[in-house]
Design a protein around this ligand. Structure first.
Ligand SMILES: [Zn+2]
Length: 365
């Protein structure tokens, strides 16, 4: 395990302690509040139910990829995949049901299998250094630290610039560094417009400051608002009031008149509105987007997020099919591996391919 699992993972490996990374991490984030510190960034990645949602096929592929003997992998998969669960209802076990994925809690084998699976992510993240736009965290360059693992919790480190942070989201092979599957703007579009509804933090922040201003206009019963009214506004018209002696936070809040106007709010409206959420302002600032014809396929779809993601990339024409990879010179083989007959394109892969057609046939009958 020690030679197999990267040093950045400190849990579940014999001879390593989870405290190893805690000590290192303490030092890495020391002094973050200091002024004049060079830009640096730490992100915490929370994996939802990592243990229970581990896909068995994935685990098998990782073990094969790491070079475990095929027989050994079969033994392990035998242990992992023959699991049944039963739920206690009023103290009585109900009909057992078989598991489809996940690792058994309490099985002494599970922690090892978990770190083996995590090793894939570790090695994938290590290739970040191949991306020209990625810069190391100022205190991580010498040892080339990109992440620290605490079992399923991960801390990601980089320099505090947008390009470096985005490198985590825009993972690709180094040959295609200039070809992101989607632009950042696209990702922030609402789902109905073909985006992924990821929050644009800068815009959200502006909307949040607007909310402060709305609170001020409404003279909400809060101490800081009473204070601003009695010392700065002093009964004047608040719309356009710009007290030079105010602190930067109050100044910012009072200067949001333009932003609110841009979002389509007039002063009278602001006074009349009894409830104004940041989300509402954000949506107004973001503006309207033309809806895509396939929005009903994506919105309120109860399928696995991964399926919906692939479906959406397909609808956007952004899947890495062989015809597109060939255009970028990444791949020269064009023939569809499912039928060995035609070139692989989105149109072919999902609709025209004989293999897919037979699948559709089975599913729709
Ligand atoms: Zn085919």
């Amino acid at each position: 395990m020690d030679t197999l699992v990267d040093k950045c993972q400190s849990a579940f490996v014999p001879g390593r302690l989870i405290t190893d990374n805690i000590i290192l991490n303490h030092d890495l984030i020391k002094g973050y509040g200091r002024k004049g510190l060079s830009p640096r960034c730490v992100m915490k990645l929370d994996m939802q139910k990592a243990y229970d949602s581990l896909e068995w096929v994935f685990l098998e592929q990782v073990m094969v990829g790491l070079g475990f003997p095929v027989v050994f992998v079969k033994w392990i998969m035998g242990c992992v995949t023959t699991v049944t669960y039963s739920i206690l209802v009023n103290g009585r076990p109900m009909q057992p049901f078989v598991a489809r994925r996940g690792l058994r809690q309490g099985d002494p084998l599970s922690p090892f299998l978990f770190v083996v699976a995590m090793e894939f992510l570790t090695r994938k993240l290590k290739t970040l250094r191949l991306i020209p736009d990625f810069n190391y965290h100022p205190r991580c360059e010498k040892l080339q630290i990109v992440q620290l693992g605490f079992a399923e919790d991960l801390l990601l480190f980089c320099r505090g610039d947008i390009r470096s942070v985005q490198s985590y989201l825009w993972r690709e092979d180094n040959k295609m560094t200039k070809k992101a599957s989607l632009s950042w703007d696209n990702v922030c579009y609402p789902k109905s417009a073909g985006g992924f509804n990821v929050i644009d933090i800068c815009l959200w922040n502006r909307a949040a400051i607007c909310k402060h201003f709305w609170n001020l206009c409404q003279k909400k019963d809060r101490l800081w608002i009473q204070w601003v009214h009695s010392y700065y506004v002093k009964g004047k018209h608040i719309w356009g009031c710009d007290p030079p002696q105010a602190s930067c936070m109050v100044k910012k809040a009072m200067k949001t008149k333009d932003t609110l106007e841009k979002a389509g709010y007039l002063y009278e409206e602001i006074l009349k509105t009894s409830h104004l959420s940041i989300e509402k302002i954000y949506n107004k600032l973001r503006g309207d987007y033309p809806k895509v014809s396939w929005k009903r396929l994506i919105c309120n779809n109860s399928g696995y997020p991964k399926w919906i993601f692939i479906l959406q990339l397909e609808a956007l024409g952004r899947l890495y099919t062989r015809d597109r990879l060939a255009k970028w010179g990444v791949m020269t083989e064009l023939i569809c591996p499912l039928c060995d007959n035609h070139d692989e394109s989105i149109e072919h892969l999902f609709f025209k391919c004989n293999f897919s057609a037979s699948l559709w046939g089975k599913m729709l009958t």
